[in-house]
Ligand binder design. Structure first.
Ligand SMILES: [Zn+2]
Length: 155
């Protein structure tokens, strides 16, 4: 874990947002386990809302998929990790009303909750499954990346 990821983990523990995520994960009867970068991965989320493959509360990333599939989707996991960082910058729970205002703005301006949403833009629109302005969703991703890949490889 990098110092920044550790700081994020501590910030979201102190601000209570990770506790809120764990309470939600428990209420939804997901299975929670440690993931990369100090994240907690909650799998097999079955509630109807939100309509998303994954979403984040504090340092808890809740996936509809099972653990193996969730951890294999490094691009989506990286997107959700950026939301974890946003929680820390917003001092935890205030992220939620700020996010909903940004989503409403985006919906009004672009017709979907992500394209014009500053939080989704920062987390990566394509990685989160949102259309980028001027790019069709069916176009290949020009920037495939593994956000958890090490900066360098030992030989
Ligand atoms: Zn997102």
């Amino acid at each position: 874990m990098t110092p920044g990821e550790q700081l994020r983990q501590i910030a979201n523990a102190v601000n209570g947002s990770t506790l809120l995520g764990l309470l939600l994960a428990g209420a939804a009867r997901t299975s929670v386990s440690a993931g990369p970068a100090g994240l907690l991965v909650a799998c097999d989320y079955r509630w109807r809302l939100p309509v998303a493959r994954a979403f984040t509360v504090g340092n808890v990333v809740l996936f509809r998929a099972g653990r193996a599939e969730a951890l294999a989707d490094r691009v989506l996991l990286g997107h959700e990790a950026r939301h974890c960082t946003q929680y820390a910058w917003c001092l935890g729970v205030p992220f939620l009303p700020l996010y909903f205002v940004a989503a409403a703005w985006s919906l009004w301006r672009t017709g979907n909750p992500g394209t014009g949403n500053v939080f989704e833009r920062h987390a990566g629109l394509r990685a989160g499954g949102y259309p980028e302005p001027g790019i069709r969703p069916s176009d290949p991703d020009p920037r495939p990346e593994d956000p958890f890949a090490p900066d360098h490889y030992e030989v």
